[in-house]
Design a protein around this ligand. Structure first.
Ligand SMILES: [Zn+2]
Length: 78
């Protein structure tokens, strides 16, 4: 007899480029502090130990990458 148990194991998420891995305990604090980007309470810490949301930091990273790409494009056009 076979059981009809459906396992709901989530599929492993592949590491996407541009996304930060803040799963380490060094990125977590028990006390929320204002995010350095949006000011809302965040329990996450960035690589320098400053309070920040992962999404906020990723947004800044993405913006910086876009700006760098734009600057590169402009340089190439000259
Ligand atoms: Zn934030």
């Amino acid at each position: 007899m076979t059981g009809d148990r459906r396992r709901r194991a989530p599929p492993p998420e592949p590491p996407a480029s541009g996304l930060l891995d803040w799963s380490g305990s060094s990125h977590w604090d028990s006390r929320p502090r204002p995010c350095r980007y949006c000011g809302k309470p965040a329990r996450l810490r960035d690589s320098k130990g400053s309070p920040a949301h992962k999404v906020c930091a990723e947004e800044v990273l993405a913006r910086r990458a876009a700006e760098a790409a734009e600057a590169y494009e402009n340089e190439r056009l000259h």
